[in-house]
Ligand binder design. Structure first.
Ligand code: 4FM
Length: 222
């Protein structure tokens, strides 16, 4: 999977080089290419934004600069995603579907917005990570890259994909590790029994119970 990210703040993506996603980048399972939109400004002061036509507060990102940044990475099979609170709210099914693409170009806005004409020209899908407003699309882009990368072959240890929350539409069962007694609290006895069928049944039951208690909406069409 290739991710091209069009952003004014490529350094915000450094955290992705840690941990599991960092390893996946090193192993070339994913290719993360950060494109600084500012590099495509033709202005001698490297300006990328301007005041809004019609007046009003703040600055709007110029369409020509963003278009040139896009042209530098676009390829036949690429899907262009714009991170915005106006998009469809991301869920695990959308993440799984996107993981089947080979090339995602993610456009991150900042300030008050992006000129509508370039959005109309290049964006295939507008995606939101939730109903709240951030200062830019960079953190949402990182959320997208992290969640999609987990579905790329070799990124996670084999069985961790199947077992997790949402893969079966349910929340995860509780996990325990050593010590066997912590602050007077013991580990559920069945997990120490070595009886794999009983453990599996116990975990399924806990998943249902937790989902019913915390997220009953997830059980609605089940
Ligand atoms: C997006 C600020 C574009 C400025 C934003 C511009 C968001 C979200 C979000 C802020 N993105 N889900 N929620 N973006 O708040 O995706 Cl130009």
């Amino acid at each position: 999977m290739k991710f091209d990210v069009l952003t004014l703040f490529p350094e915000m993506f450094e955290p992705l080089r840690e941990s599991i996603i960092g390893k996946a980048i090193e192993k070339k399972l994913i290719n993360l290419n950060l494109v600084n939109i500012r590099d495509f400004s033709k202005d001698k002061h490297k300006k990328v934004d301007d005041t809004p036509y019609g007046g009003g507060a703040g600055m709007v990102m110029r369409p020509d600069v963003i278009y040139d940044a896009y042209q530098s990475v676009k390829q036949e099979k690429a899907k262009v995603i714009y991170m915005s609170p106006q998009g469809k709210t991301l869920n695990q099914q959308m993440v799984e579907d996107l993981s089947k693409e080979s090339h995602l170009i993610i456009l991150c806005g900042h300030y008050e917005g992006i000129d509508q004409r370039v959005l109309d020209e290049i964006v295939d899908e507008e995606i939101s990570i939730g109903d709240y407003v951030l200062t830019g699309g960079e953190i949402p882009a990182m959320v997208l890259i992290d969640s999609v990368s987990r579905y790329i072959e070799g990124v996670l240890k084999q069985d961790s994909i199947q077992e997790e929350s949402f893969s079966n539409g349910l929340l995860e069962y509780p996990q325990y590790t050593r010590p066997e007694i912590f602050e007077g609290k013991i580990v559920p006895e069945i997990l120490l029994s070595g009886h794999h069928q009983n453990i599996e049944k116990w975990r399924k039951d806990r998943s249902f119970e937790i989902t019913k208690k915390k997220r009953p909406d997830l059980l609605e069409n089940k």
